[in-house]
Design a protein around this ligand. Structure first.
Ligand SMILES: [Zn+2]
Length: 352
């Protein structure tokens, strides 16, 4: 009896790390050679450009890998002349409970549409990042070492409920993990070791700026995309964040980028009742100081749609809003922000 119990216990103890350590549960085809992918991406971007349209690279969208309709997204991308998309899988509670720490959706996406999906790591969300950060990050790294991604996912270190979640009363995405705590150190060093960029969702608050600067200083080779430029949900918490502050960060930290997934001029954050996309002037145009900042450092700003599983069907509207923003920039800057910056971030060279 005693022995059986012990053996069972040992069996249970061994089963979890083994399952957790398997990076490619599902065993789809391997990701093609990156050089091959790159050639296909370039061809697609050139084809859209030749048709007289601006393609862009969406570096920040996510989905539920069991529910996503890949063909529908691919069709929309063609219809809307979206160049490439880094569509990352979020590990849901059920998957997490089964021990999944890396979801290989990218293998499926790239196998089916190799010229438009960028292989990307998983979204760093609850429960993976909040309950098993080390296991999760190890699994992402194992996949990165097997050349299964060109980019890591979006990691939510400080995340208020999204406007849609707030309206639905869902508060499980109200996350606050210290950026300078163990998970942050693991992630920044992982980026330095692999050379892969990662994205952070990090709400803009005065007290959060110090830890971010300290991490950027400590890990100068970490390649960080701070998502949602100038998306300030509570202006009273963010008196230091200005275009001048972002300009100073850009000058201090050569590996820091920003994505431009933010709402339109009328978008209101329901929990504060504030217009949270601060780049917009009351007139509906871009504020001069934000436009000037982007024009001064176009290589540091990236296109992004920030689609999620609950809004994938609104891709037309998101595309339109993003293009409304791009249109406000000078033509050359548009091309940088839309795809050249992301190309340089992914491949370490200019798009040509
Ligand atoms: Zn985000």
């Amino acid at each position: 009896m005693h022995a059986i119990t012990r053996r069972r216990l040992l069996g249970a103890a061994c089963a979890l790390p083994l399952a957790a350590g398997l990076p490619g549960i599902g065993h789809a085809q391997a990701i093609p050679d990156f050089a091959q992918l790159k050639a296909g991406y370039a061809q697609r971007l050139r084809r859209i450009l030749a048709a007289g349209t601006l393609p862009y690279i969406d570096v920040e969208s996510s989905c539920n890998s069991a529910r996503v309709d890949v063909d529908a997204i691919a069709r929309s991308m063609d219809r809307l002349s979206i160049g490439l998309m880094a569509l990352s899988a979020d590990i849901g509670r059920n998957q997490f409970g089964r021990g999944v720490r890396f979801d290989d959706l990218s293998e499926r996406l790239v196998a089916r549409y190799p010229d438009r999906f960028i292989p990307v790591g998983n979204g760093g969300q609850p429960p993976a990042l909040t309950e098993a950060a080390d296991e999760f990050l190890q699994a992402q790294e194992a996949a990165a070492r097997k050349k299964q991604m060109l980019l890591l996912g979006e990691f939510e270190f400080c995340h208020y409920p999204s406007p849609r979640q707030a309206k639905r009363g869902e508060m499980d995405r109200d996350v606050r993990i210290p950026l300078d705590g163990p998970a942050g150190h693991h992630l920044f060093s992982l980026s330095e070791r692999t050379g892969l960029a990662f994205q952070i969702h990090y709400e803009i608050e005065d007290e959060l700026l110090g830890p971010l600067e300290a991490m950027l200083e400590r890990y100068p080779k970490a390649r960080v995309v701070w998502c949602h430029l100038a998306q300030v949900r509570y202006i009273e918490r963010a008196s230091h964040y200005t275009p001048a502050y972002v300009d100073a960060l850009i000058r201090r930290f050569p590996n820091l980028h920003f994505d431009t997934a933010f709402g339109d001029a009328a978008s209101v954050y329901p929990l504060s009742n504030q217009r949270h996309a601060r780049v917009w002037a009351a007139s509906g145009g871009l504020k001069d100081e934000w436009r000037d900042l982007i024009v001064a450092h176009p290589g540091r700003f990236l296109s992004a749609l920030d689609l999620g599983q609950d809004r994938l069907d609104r891709i037309v509207e998101y595309d339109q809003k993003h293009r409304e923003f791009l249109k406000r920039l000078p033509a050359e800057t548009q091309h940088r922000v839309a795809y050249r910056s992301a190309w340089a971030l992914l491949f370490g060279e200019e798009f040509s």
